[in-house]
Design a protein around this ligand. Structure first.
Ligand code: SF4
Length: 254
């Protein structure tokens, strides 16, 4: 059974030929950096905090961050000092649970963390949507809330908050979470939780992203368009993305 994830869809939308190089030819495109290592480590801490696990958070973060940094290729050049980033994380950690408690002020129950989705896509026989939902909580009004943790520097501007290729992640998680569990779409809301490294205040900001019928239709159409072209092996080069691409002027994409 084949599958497509949101990151695969995002890469296809970036450039179908980039998608071919990385997903079909299995070449390494973006290889991660100190920011992705930070993101993985702080995600783990946020998850443990939400589950109310007892652990030494700062120590745990540093250990995980070091592991993630060690996994990076040796030739990756860092733009930021990891030690400084570790100090930034220690400023975020105590703000996580108060921010969640304030946002869901009427109370909440944790339904799942790191929930795996592998859900058939309607009218796309043999294809599943794959994803991992960071957290799902349920509030006393019966609503399910899908949360995705995002680490960042000072925060997100309006353009980023409303960028479809950012917010469709939550839209697709909503659609396939609903399908997996047989939950009515109107009972599911979606949110990003920003974990801000350099902000002076509000180090953790949770905000709702609406995913109404039109947006769900648009996200589904994009998913279907990508699958149609991937199946047809239409590997068009989208030259608008070249300046941001790891393969720019490389032998793989001259
Ligand atoms: S260099 Fe340009 S055309 Fe080639 S894979 Fe990257 S974005 Fe696509």
């Amino acid at each position: 059974m084949s599958h497509i994830s949101f990151s695969e869809l995002k890469n296809w939308n970036f450039c179908p030929f980039y998608h071919k190089l990385t997903y079909i030819d299995k070449l390494k495109g973006f290889r991660g950096n100190e920011y992705t290592a930070f993101g993985t480590a702080i995600h783990d801490i946020a998850e443990k905090k939400l589950l109310k696990e007892t652990f030494e958070a700062a120590e745990n973060f540093i250990q995980r961050f070091e592991e993630c940094l060690a996994e990076l290729d040796d030739d990756i050049e860092f733009r930021e000092d990891p030690e400084k980033m570790a100090v930034q994380a220690i400023g975020i950690i105590p703000a996580i649970m108060p921010a969640v408690a304030e946002y869901f002020a009427d109370g909440y129950e944790v339904i799942s963390t790191e929930e795996r989705l592998m859900v058939p896509i309607d009218n796309e026989e043999g294809y599943n949507f794959k994803g991992y939902i960071d957290a799902v909580v349920k509030t006393p009004d019966g609503k399910y809330h899908i949360i995705d943790w995002k680490s960042c520097s000072w925060g997100w501007d309006m353009r980023r908050r409303s960028d479809p290729m950012v917010t469709y992640q939550l839209t697709l998680y909503k659609i396939f979470f609903a399908k997996k569990h047989g939950i009515d779409l109107k009972d599911i809301e979606t949110h990003f939780a920003l974990l801000k490294r350099t902000a002076k205040k509000d180090r953790v900001e949770i905000f709702r992203v609406t995913s109404g019928n039109k947006k769900m239709e648009n996200a589904t159409n994009l998913l279907k368009k990508a699958l149609f072209n991937i199946k047809k092996k239409n590997y068009i080069k989208d030259r608008r993305s070249c300046t941001k691409c790891d393969f720019c002027r490389s032998p793989e994409c001259p």
